[in-house]
Design a protein around this ligand. Structure first.
Ligand code: SF4
Length: 547
């Protein structure tokens, strides 16, 4: 049965995946509350951060159980299942895979138990771990797991972390975490639990969001503030970069495991986060409206109406209209109830393309010069289809305005963009992209304009997908990528493309240099829609460095 999937505008074209987040995480510690239900509603509010799988682990103080499956939150859980998950601690996860394949085994929370020690009659401790983000030293962790003689056939960085956490039966889970967390590189917002405590930890750069909230009988942690509000929790503060929180019968304890060096993801403001969430004190909707205003100042054009591509292009369109004085109107209507039915579309459905999910309001756009505002361009196929739809509906001109700078670089910290070769802005300048998508004009907001709209200092933001300055060094051997561990297990060669290996990662983070030189436009990546586009400069499937 089709369901509302919460996906944003890039998912409108069934043949083109937009940027996908690594996941939403949720945790609750509250005696006397139905924590499984709270986790369910928390995950429901975070559905936009991942639609491949969902899971909830609970503990009643004596044992941890997990229920997880592939699918949307509302597909995975029903009343009887939730009623069977009893306890006062819960950890929940909604997944999009940015390492490992979308298999049941890689769904989260990931469960691992400590080995029982021969000299100790204490029972094993079970750990359930949920992760938002992506580690970049996964290969190193995999080697560590092997050196310890631990068998682990999981294909995700999260599973390795859970295995390593559970490998220290001589330590409390908190102590094991404090030992392990400083050794992790990359983006991680972890929510995890054992039989007695709830834990939350954020990488020293705080790339992915993670917030702490309070309910009457306990505490809640979640990827976004919108999830706190959904379960009636009041916002307390963000989990600090480099901080581990331990929540149990003794209350809440905060421990620093690393010096904070904030580099929050700029793309959260553009597209990933819900508009009703607040990141670093800035409401996401307000930031998007402000970007739209800047866009209007930077790229003015004569037109009759401003429309936004639902959902994430709409606030910027409103801002553009406010600043330019050109009336805002709804010009594209999204069918919110088309679910994941068309992930692998048949040829007939592929030909229907974007029409399945988006319909122009002919009465509004006919005879008009339209400014269409969208949040970002990845491959350009979606925008090309949108422009065509508007023209077919009678628009006499379509001016495209984009509320982020050109996406030029892949993300290694938990966002699944196209491969670098597939990023349209990587091979074409603005005029080339305009011609490719068939617009009358095209304007991207400047990086400075976007940063200003977030009200964060430039130095506290990761902007790597726009400027190539990766704030967390990448491994020198190029051992990064979504299917890295599957490649390792199948003994596949795992390499970065030649151009991406050119800058040693040890100095990369220190010098903030782009990871490899820009790719020069070539005839092969000029005409968009060309079937061979994605093949350019790509390493073998399963060993791909990009997501
Ligand atoms: S590279 Fe882009 S998407 Fe990835 S964390 Fe940095 S700003 Fe966010």
């Amino acid at each position: 049965m089709p369901r509302a999937d919460g996906r944003l505008s890039h998912s409108l074209d069934p043949t083109e995946q937009g940027p996908q987040d690594r996941c939403g995480v949720f945790g609750v510690w509250a005696r006397g509350e139905d924590v499984a239900k709270l986790a369910y509603f928390g995950l429901y509010a975070l559905q936009h951060r991942g639609q491949e799988a969902a899971g909830i682990a609970v503990s009643d103080g004596t044992g941890v159980v997990v229920y997880k499956d592939l699918g949307l939150v509302a597909q995975v859980f029903d009343e009887p299942t939730l009623a069977s998950l009893r306890g006062h601690i819960a950890v929940g996860h909604t997944r999009y895979s940015t390492t490992g394949s979308p298999t049941w085994e890689n769904a989260q929370p990931t469960l691992r138990a400590t080995p029982v020690r021969r000299d100790d009659d204490r029972p094993a401790t079970t750990i359930a771990l949920a992760h938002n983000g992506n580690l970049v030293n996964t290969a190193e962790l995999h080697r560590q797991v092997q050196e310890l003689g631990l068998v682990d056939d999981a294909t995700s960085d999260t599973a390795l972390v859970a295995t390593l956490l559970a490998s220290r039966p001589d330590l409390s889970v908190e102590a094991a975490a404090l030992e392990l967390l400083p050794k992790l590189r990359g983006a991680f917002s972890f929510v995890f639990m054992d039989e007695e405590n709830l834990y939350a930890a954020r990488d020293p750069q705080g790339v992915r969001p993670l917030v702490l909230g309070r309910i009457e009988r306990g505490w809640v942690v979640a990827s976004e503030t919108a999830a706190l509000e959904t379960v009636g929790a009041s916002f307390v503060r963000e989990v600090e970069p480099g901080e581990l929180l331990t929540i149990g019968d003794d209350g809440l304890r905060s421990t620093r495991f690393a010096k904070p060096d904030p580099k929050g993801c700029l793309f959260e403001y553009v597209y990933l986060a819900r508009p009703d969430s607040v990141i670093s004190g800035r409401n996401v909707y307000a930031a998007r409206v402000a970007v739209g205003r800047t866009l209007a100042r930077e790229h003015p054009v004569d037109a009759d109406i401003v429309i936004g591509v639902p959902d994430s292009g709409i606030p910027a369109a409103i801002g553009y209209a406010e600043e330019s004085g050109i009336p805002y109107s709804v010009g594209l209507v999204k069918n919110a109830y088309v679910g994941r039915t068309f992930i692998q579309p048949s040829q007939t459905i592929r030909e229907l393309g974007i029409r399945l999910k988006l319909n122009p309001l002919r009465e509004i756009v006919r005879g008009k010069r339209v400014i269409m505002v969208d949040d970002s361009i990845v491959r350009g196929n979606t925008q090309r289809a949108q422009v065509r739809l508007l023209r077919e509906a009678g628009a006499v001109a379509v001016h495209v305005r984009i509320s982020s700078p050109p996406v030029m670089w892949p993300c290694f910290y938990g966002i699944d963009f196209a491969t670098r070769a597939e990023l349209i802005a990587n091979g074409l300048d603005t005029e080339g992209v305009r011609a490719s998508i068939g617009a009358d004009s095209l304007g991207y907001v400047s990086l400075e304009g976007l940063i200003a709209a977030t009200e964060q200092p430039r130095t506290r933001l990761c902007r790597a997908c726009f400027d190539g300055e990766y704030p967390i060094g990448l491994p020198e051997d190029g051992m990064v990528g979504k299917h890295l561990l599957e490649g390792v297990q199948r003994r596949l060669p795992v390499t970065l493309p030649e151009r991406s290996r050119s800058t040693p990662p040890a100095t990369l983070g220190e010098r903030n240099q782009p990871y490899g030189p820009p790719v020069a436009p070539t005839p092969r990546n000029l005409p968009l829609g060309a079937p061979a586009l994605g093949e350019q400069g790509v390493t073998p499937k399963g060993a791909h460095p990009h997501r």
